[in-house]
Design a protein around this ligand. Structure first.
Ligand code: AMP
Ligand code: AMP
Length: 334
């Protein structure tokens, strides 16, 4: 039965993990890749079909050709980065996830409101530059992968940097946020609307350039936060119950704030843990995050639940497989 369906994604970010997982669950797989990367994706035997394009904005043209092919699209980090929020919303192919969540994810004010109302600790945000307690980080809306953030440690620098930041962010809104000094821990969750259970699939810490290299040099340099990779991490077991509780709270609140379906499938709470072992959530990603790529063979956490390798990509395919069997695809597709 799965063979009738094709799992499709864009060729980047976590496509390999998603398609391998889909193949392992018995689905046909298709990747939409840049022409220059077709030879790269051909290396992987679990990809059944490759459709090429010159640039990702050509996606709507490709979409028309796929309409009658029993397709299910799995979004990942490149969908918003390359197709934009509107491009995602306009997609007519069956899409795994709830598109209404995109508005709450993209708008940092709505996102902060969601987290706070869920009872999650978030960094302070400052509306008035005269109220700021330093250090702070300035971020624009829709910035991805830590690009274009500024760390500011005093009032003079803040006054100087704001105009250049406003210009660099091309008129987009931005926020001034308390900078939390601690260890960044990204928690990868999966919420199943079929079993109504929340799972922790894995965790990572990001490797960011140049901030993660600054401890190696004896002089001051402005930090950047551009992500280049991820490393695995396991959490102190005594902190694990709180990690589950945080995930459950955001799922529950999303059903009140967004719509009755709320947030489901893979998502990530990006936390910073301070020396008093407090989690500050700096961001929520409402889809598969690239840190899950570490765990194609499963993680210490997925191993506790599954006696087989269970990546987040495979977990998505498993959810789709069960929904097909139970005739409940309407609960997981948008
Ligand atoms: P790419 O496929 O590398 O062009 O990335 C697509 C989007 O996903 C960009 O917004 C990246 O910043 C983000 N991204 C890619 N890889 C990672 C990663 N390992 N961790 C976090 N974000 C990532
Ligand atoms: P984000 O785009 O929100 O995922 O953030 C990218 C990176 O910027 C994070 O992985 C952190 O290293 C850093 N960062 C963002 N916000 C904060 C904050 N409030 N305090 C400390 N570091 C932050």
């Amino acid at each position: 039965m799965n063979k009738q369906y094709r799992i499709v994604t864009l060729g980047s970010h976590s496509a390999l993990q998603i398609l391998k997982g889909a193949h392992d669950e018995g689905f046909k797989t298709l990747v939409i890749a840049l022409n220059k990367q077709i030879s790269f994706y051909k290396r992987f035997p679990f990809i059944d079909e490759i459709v090429g394009l010159n640039a990702f904005f050509e996606f709507p043209e490709i979409e028309k050709k796929l309409l009658d092919k029993n397709i299910i699209v799995i979004p990942h980090g490149s969908f918003v980065a390359y197709l934009g929020m509107e491009g995602n919303k306009k997609m007519t192919l069956p899409y795994f996830g709830n598109k209404k969540v995109l508005d709450f994810e993209f708008d940092r004010v709505k996102q902060g409101d969601w987290l706070k109302k869920a009872g999650i600790t978030t960094p302070k945000e400052y509306k008035n530059i005269n109220d700021v307690e330093f250090p702070v980080i300035i971020k624009s809306f829709g910035a991805a992968g830590g690009k274009g953030y500024f760390l500011v440690n005093n009032h003079k620098d803040l006054v100087e940097k704001i105009p250049s930041f406003a210009k660099a962010s091309e008129g987009k809104k931005y926020i001034i946020q308390q900078y939390i000094v601690g260890v960044p821990l990204y928690i990868h969750y999966f919420y199943s609307p079929l079993t109504k259970a929340l799972e922790i699939m894995s965790m990572d810490r990001r490797y960011e350039t140049n901030v993660d290299a600054l401890g190696r040099i004896p002089f001051d340099v402005d930090p950047n936060y551009v992500v280049v990779g991820n490393s695995p991490l396991v959490l102190r077991e005594s902190m694990l119950p709180e990690a589950y509780e945080m995930g459950e709270k955001v799922v529950k609140k999303s059903r009140e704030l967004i719509n009755s379906q709320g947030l489901f499938g893979p998502f990530c709470l990006e936390t910073i843990i301070t020396p008093d072992q407090k989690f500050y959530v700096i961001e929520i990603s409402a889809r598969i995050v690239a840190g899950t790529n570490l765990f194609i063979q499963g993680s210490p956490y997925s191993d506790l639940t599954y006696n087989e390798p269970m990546s987040t990509g495979r977990r998505i395919a498993r959810e789709i497989k069960i929904a097909i069997e139970e005739n409940k695809l309407n609960l997981i597709l948008d």
